[in-house]
Structures are given as C-alpha cells and as structure tokens.
Design a protein around this ligand. Structure first.
Ligand code: GTP
Ligand code: MG
Length: 312
C-alpha cells in the first residue's frame, strides 16, 4: 500500500497508480518529494474548473452531467470531490459506468473523494496535489467540487482556472451564496434546478448583481446560465461557456495570472504547514523559551514570534 507508484504509470493514467499517488500526497505532505516534484513537471495542460455553491445545490449531479458532456466531446475528465455527502457511486448518474477511482468501461473519467478533515497540511493543499496528479495523468479537464462554506473551501474553488458558482431558486428572497462570500469568485454563475419555480427571479437578481462588476474578472464578462442537472438541461451551454472562458484566459494572458494565483495559494499553504510542523517539532526549545519570556515580560509577543520564525 505504501510503495509509491511509478511515474510512468501515473503519466499513462493507470487508475490504480493515480489513486495511490493521490493517497500518498493526501496522507503525507512531505513524503515522496521526488515523485511529486516529477509530477509537477508534467502538469499545466489540464483546464482546472472549480465548482462550488450551497450544500445540496446539485453540484455533484451537475459535475457528473458535465463529465458526460466532456466525454461526448472526446475530452478526458478527472474529478476531485471534497467531502461530498452524496456519493459518486451506487445511485449516481455516472453509476456503473464509473465507480470511485476507476472505471471498467470508461477510463476517461477518474473520480476521487476527499474528506474535509484528515488531509494533513490542509484541505487546499491536498486538493491541489490531487489536481496535479490528475493533470499529469493526462486528464484534459479537472473538476474540483467543493461546498462553498468556510474559507478553506473558498480557497479551493478560487484555486482553479475557471470558477463556477451554483445557486438554486426558491430558498429565500436573498441570494444565498452572498452570505458565504463566494459569489464574487465566479467566472460563470449557474442557476441550477431551473425546473423549480423562482429560477427566473434568481437569474434576474444575479444579473443585477453582475452589473456592479467584479474585480477578479477585468476583461471577462461574468456569465450566467440556467441548468437543470437533473433533467440534463443547459449542460451543453455550460460546457460551451467553460471552453470560452478557457480560450479567453489563453488569448488575454490572464491564464498566466491565474497560474500565479494558484501557485501562490499552494506555496502559502505549504509554508504554513511547514512552519507549523517545525514549531511542533520537539527539539525546538526556542518556542518554549519565548513562551516563558513573553509570559514573564522579558520580551513582547511580536519580537518573540520573529525570534521563533528566524530560528526555524
Ligand atoms: N429539481 C432538481 N433537483 C436537482 C437538480 N439537480 C440536482 N437535484 C437534486 O438535488 C439534490 C442534491 O443534489 P447533489 O448533486 O447531491 O447536490 P450537491 O450540491 O452536490 O450536494 P452536497 O455535495 O451535499 O452539497 C439531489 O436530490 C438531486 O437529485 C435539478 O436540476 N433540479
Ligand atoms: Mg456533492
């Protein structure tokens, strides 16, 4: 179980190797350094799409429909689902076509679930490592599904080339996602469950909000699309918009800026993880000394913090 898979198998998209590489990265942030470094050299091809929104908004249903649509367009798909309450196996749309982690009948889709808690070094770190593995494995499209609750989850969704925010009608007069602070990270808004009453009202509300503009998207007009994932409606239009956004990123030069944002997010998460680990190491008695010095007023907290970090 713990033996690392070969780079060749990962690059060839062998499902067992891909799954194992993700597991290793998830469990051990600093292990298998050479393998993860080699994987990184083979990334940068995939279109990374974040799908976020309120719990139960139909994200998993939508992602599965999208995966099937991409497959129809001859594109391969990797899916990283963060703590989904609805399973991607059994009764799901992809059903027996695609089981978790591999597919007997369609090796063009790989699905991986990830627990919110349990990834050492943070969720965003683990999710981005999983994205890298799938990218290196040759998946054309990598989709991250995450519930847009909490900063960590928002970071994950924002750590993509294209961010899709899913809203649904009929859950109150206000736009629910505003509370979670996720609306402004959208490149594309999906009003899902458009088969339910109130979807036109919600579309109008979102359109009004978009008139106020978005700082993340200078040069890109944030788009709005109605879908019914359940009935497989609007999925083709969403696919077209995703492609359009990717083309805009490439043509405008914004892709490099997004890549730098993503790199900064990963670096930031790892620096935090590394500093925490060093501080937790039992041989770092400077921490103990500084704690005592601050408590006994021999120094102040800020000077002590600088001393600790400087000594790492
Ligand atoms: N009416 C309607 N129901 C839908 C639609 N899409 C999904 N649903 C239903 O909404 C429920 C939640 O769907 P999921 O796809 O699990 O939603 P989710 O956003 O992934 O949920 P979490 O991951 O738990 O936050 C399920 O019962 C779906 O069948 C839709 O377009 N219309
Ligand atoms: Mg889900």
């Amino acid at each position: 179980l713990s033996r690392p898979p070969s780079l060749d198998d990962i690059l060839n998209g062998v499902p067992a190797a891909v799954g194992r590489a993700i597991s290793l990265a998830e469990r051990d942030v600093w292990g298998n350094r050479e393998l993860l470094a080699a994987i990184h050299q083979h990334t940068g091809r995939a279109h990374v799409i974040g799908v976020t929104g309120i719990p139960g908004g139909g994200k998993s249903t939508l992602v599965q429909r999208l995966a099937l649509e991409f497959r129809r367009r001859d594109l391969t798909v990797g899916i990283v689902a963060i703590d989904p309450s609805s399973p991607y196996s059994g009764g799901s749309i992809l059903g027996d076509r695609i089981r978790m982690g591999e597919s007997a009948s369609d090796p063009g889709v790989f699905i991986r679930s990830m627990a919110t808690h349990g990834a050492s070094g943070g969720l965003a770190r683990a999710a981005m490592d999983a994205v890298s593995v799938l990218d290196a494995a040759g998946k054309d499209i990598v989709i991250i599904e995450t519930v847009g609750v909490g900063q960590d989850e928002v970071d994950v969704a924002a750590g993509s080339h294209t961010t899709v925010v899913v809203s649904v009608p009929g859950t109150g007069d206000d736009i629910q996602a505003i509370k979670a602070g996720i609306l402004e990270i959208a490149d594309i808004h999906v009003v899902n469950k458009s088969d339910l009453p109130g979807s036109r009202h919600l579309m109008a509300q979102l359109r009004d909000m978009l008139r106020m503009g978005s700082s993340r998207n200078s040069g890109w007009e944030v788009r709005l699309v109605a879908c019914s994932a359940k009935d497989d409606e609007g999925i083709g239009a969403l696919c077209d918009l995703l492609r359009e956004h990717r083309e805009w990123l490439e043509a405008s030069g914004a892709l490099q800026a997004r890549e730098k944002d993503m790199a900064a997010g990963r670096l930031n998460a790892l620096v935090h993880a590394l500093v925490s680990r060093r501080i937790a190491a039992p041989d770092v008695d400077i921490v103990e000394r500084m704690v005592t010095d601050v408590a006994e007023r021999r120094t102040d907290p800020r000077t002590a913090a600088e001393t600790v970090v400087g000594a790492l």
